[in-house]
Design a protein around this ligand. Structure first.
Ligand SMILES: [Zn+2]
Ligand SMILES: [Zn+2]
Length: 347
């Protein structure tokens, strides 16, 4: 089979390589990949701007069908349709013991598609049974390939942000994570979700309206976005602001958008240090949360939200291509012409 591999450290070094089909170890399942999404992290790995251990087949957002199981596998069967997180946690380190499996400190930790374990940009991959989640009925394989980014958002927004029914929530940045965060906030009962972006995001705003976003603000056109948010929240400010753009200016704006005693959620990482006035945190008595990856519970909630149609990820899938066209897929992501590009053919 062929796999899209990061072959060595440094920028580039991405190649479609002929490799042996994997065999499941005794506690593993062999998965035939149905769909796999290109993530910002894959772009960062391409440019040598993220953690990875080459050589490795990329792809940590995938769905697939179990085609073989190891002898010790008991809860997953051949034919099951499945997804999984990328990180394989040890279960015995301090972080795992205290419920922070996403921050497992085990040495030589395997991360599918990133480090010491090949990912889903190939026809087959193997994964240990304990990280597998079965895809519920009514969720397509393409939708399930977005379970990983959705689970990251669920962890950040449902498990770590104090949104209650009726809240005014501002989401900054209409990329994959922002569009998912807007829907997740709605699923928690947010009364009004306002999405901010720039003029180039107009087509993303159109998708946002289709998935239930109440209002969009183009911060390059609106002369006073803070005033607009105040007007939409009875002069108080947003109850919760979710920063999903990764832009420096947005972090400062988040502190202005949020109400006194409100909450700012940082979704993902910014990749740079910020020039930011944290005194506003004190003056406004704000709380802020950050998260890293997912917990097993994030996946359970994600798949339930998908099955019950509380969130609809299908409108975020803008392109479907074959693995052979990987260069086109990466180009679409890098030029920001796509929201989610899925590989759906692997031969
Ligand atoms: Zn990702
Ligand atoms: Zn651990």
């Amino acid at each position: 089979m062929r796999g899209l591999m990061k072959t060595a450290r440094g920028p580039g070094n991405l190649e479609l390589k002929e490799i042996d089909e994997p065999r499941p170890k005794k506690d593993e399942v062999l998965i035939e990949v149905a769909a796999a999404g290109i993530c910002g992290t894959d772009i960062h790995i391409k440019h040598d701007q993220a953690f990875y251990t080459p050589p490795v087949v990329l792809g940590h957002e995938y769905s697939g069908k179990v085609v073989e199981i190891g002898p010790d596998v008991s809860q997953v069967a051949v034919g099951d349709l499945v997804v999984s997180p990328a990180t394989q946690y040890c279960g015995i380190c301090y972080q795992c013991k205290t419920g922070h499996m996403n921050r497992c400190t085990a040495e030589g930790k395997k991360i599918l598609g990133t480090s010491l374990a090949n990912g889903g940009f190939a026809k087959f991959l193997t994964a240990p049974e304990y990280i597998i989640h079965k895809i519920p009925q009514g969720v397509s394989m393409e939708e399930a390939a977005l379970a990983e980014p959705t689970a990251c958002v669920v962890h950040s927004v449902i498990e770590k942000s104090p949104i209650i029914p009726g809240d005014v929530v501002v989401v900054q940045g209409p990329g994959t994570m922002g569009l998912l965060a807007a829907q997740v906030a709605k699923s928690m009962g947010a009364g009004k979700v306002i999405l901010t972006g720039v003029s180039a995001d107009q087509w993303r705003f159109d998708i946002a309206k289709k998935i239930g976003v109440d209002m969009t603000i183009d911060v390059q056109v609106d002369s006073d976005p803070v005033k607009t948010v105040m007007n939409e929240s009875d002069g108080r400010g947003a109850d919760v602001v979710i920063e999903a753009s990764g832009a420096c200016i947005a972090c400062n704006q988040a502190l202005d958008f949020v109400k006194v005693a409100g909450h700012v959620t940082l979704l993902g990482i910014r990749g740079q240090s910020l020039d930011i006035d944290l005194d506003i945190m004190a003056i406004k008595e704000l709380t802020m949360s950050g998260t890293w990856g997912t917990l097993p519970s994030s996946w359970v909630t994600t798949l339930r939200l998908m099955a019950s149609k509380k969130i609809d990820v299908a409108p975020l899938i803008t392109h479907r291509i074959s693995l052979a066209e990987w260069e086109k897929g990466f180009e679409l992501m890098e030029s920001q012409k796509a929201i989610k590009v899925l590989f759906t053919e692997f031969d």
